[in-house]
Ligand binder design. Structure first.
Ligand SMILES: NC(=O)c1ccc[n+]([C@@H]2O[C@H](COP(=O)([O-])OP(=O)(O)OC[C@H]3O[C@@H](n4cnc5c(N)ncnc54)[C@H](O)[C@@H]3O)[C@@H](O)[C@H]2O)c1
Length: 347
């Protein structure tokens, strides 16, 4: 029996995405979490230490501040990068772009998240679409939560030869739950000023053949996004054919109004009850009983957990860049097994 290769992964930025990526890396059989770096010295990084993750300051100054806060840092980011094969940069929008020159100088492979511009890596990643083109690359960008869900669902219809064009309205969460106290809209809805909103064109950067137009509105809640879609099919189809197309993705999960999953909070509560870390919903949760097909048109809605949907994609992007696995279906299977995807509500 051969021992699988293991690689050491650094996570820079231990916020909403970073702490979920760190936990997901630690759950994989072929990856070791080398450590996490941040600028903070509060409860968030204290929790990283409590979980046994080696902690690093973003700079020597941050490391000293961590020492003063008795967080027992293992060193600074430079030490972490020295001890790692690859780094996942989960720092805030635009901060990651400022780090990539350093990664390039050190010759360490790197992944950035959806807040960065395409030009930062010149490559975007969604596991089911372009794993192959990421193999052995220096870097990639995991696309945003909305783009991941749009591409995941539209590609399933495309693979089945059913997709002609898609038009969607996105109800976007106002802010992330842990920072509600810092701001966010209340008692109003805020339409995005432009039609199409940027999410449609973003999806087209991943697959230029997608005929997709989106409109978006910010809503006063923090649980996740809700997408409503009208899809023009290539031909008359049955509801079962459309559902079968969605079944071709292991990361699209069906939920049912009839089972009491009637709102975003109920789905999130189900994730808590299943025991997912941070109540993560990694899948696109699509209402099976709501989906309607009339002739050549399909109508459906799904929930996107913006904080969680990109986590399995990030894990697959690590395997692709490191060429840990050349077959995307094998990587997806490993990631899914480690994260319990898709979720089950039956024994
Ligand atoms: N929050 C979401 O729903 C979401 C979804 C998909 C993609 N993204 C993308 O993921 C990236 C990270 O977003 P987030 O929501 O996790 O942000 P966040 O603000 O929750 O976390 C960022 C973390 O980085 C730390 N940090 C700040 N400056 C740093 C520096 N110079 N060096 C090291 N650490 C530093 C912060 O202290 C914080 O812990 C962004 O590109 C964002 O667009 C976010």
């Amino acid at each position: 029996m051969t021992t699988p290769k293991t690689i050491r992964v650094a996570v820079n930025g231990y916020g909403v995405i970073g702490r979920r990526v760190a936990a997901a890396v630690a759950a994989q059989h072929d990856m070791i979490l080398a450590g996490v770096a941040d600028v903070a010295t509060d409860w968030r990084v204290a929790m990283a230490r409590a979980k046994g993750y080696p902690l690093y300051g973003a700079t020597p100054e941050h490391t000293r501040a961590m020492q003063q806060a008795k967080l027992d840092p293992a060193g600074a980011l430079a030490d972490l990068l020295d001890a790692s094969d690859i780094v996942v940069d989960c720092t805030p929008k635009k901060v990651a772009a400022g780090n990539v020159e350093r990664y390039r100088e050190l010759g360490i492979r790197f992944i950035v998240q959806g807040g960065e511009k395409h030009a930062v890596t010149g490559h975007f990643f969604t596991a089911e679409n372009n794993y192959d083109t990421a193999l052995g690359r220096e870097s990639t960008r995991v696309v945003s939560c909305n783009t991941t869900s749009t591409v995941r669902t539209r590609s399933a219809l495309k693979r089945a030869g059913l997709l002609k064009r898609a038009r969607g309205t996105l109800l976007r969460r106002a802010t992330d739950p842990w920072e509600i106290h810092l701001g966010g809209i209340m008692n109003t809805l805020v339409p995005e000023p432009d039609i199409p909103s940027h999410q449609g064109p973003d999806a087209q950067t991943v697959d230029p053949e997608l005929d997709v137009i989106t409109m978006a509105v910010m809503v006063p809640e923090t649980i996740g996004h809700l997408h409503y879609w009208t899809v023009q099919l290539t031909r008359d189809a049955s509801k079962d054919e459309v559902l079968d197309a969605f079944r071709s993705s292991s990361r699209i999960a069906f939920i049912r109004m009839a089972e009491g999953l009637t709102a975003l909070n109920t789905v999130k509560e189900l994730m808590a009850d299943i025991g997912r870390p941070h109540d993560n919903l990694y899948e696109v949760a699509l209402w099976e009983d709501m989906l309607t097909v009339q002739g050549e048109q399909a109508f459906y809605a799904y929930m996107v957990d913006n904080q969680a949907i990109v986590i399995p994609e990030t894990i697959d992007s690590i395997r692709a860049l490191m060429e840990l696995e050349v077959d995307c279906t094998v990587s997806i299977r490993h990631t899914n097994e480690a994260l319990g995807i898709p979720f089950r509500t039956t024994a």
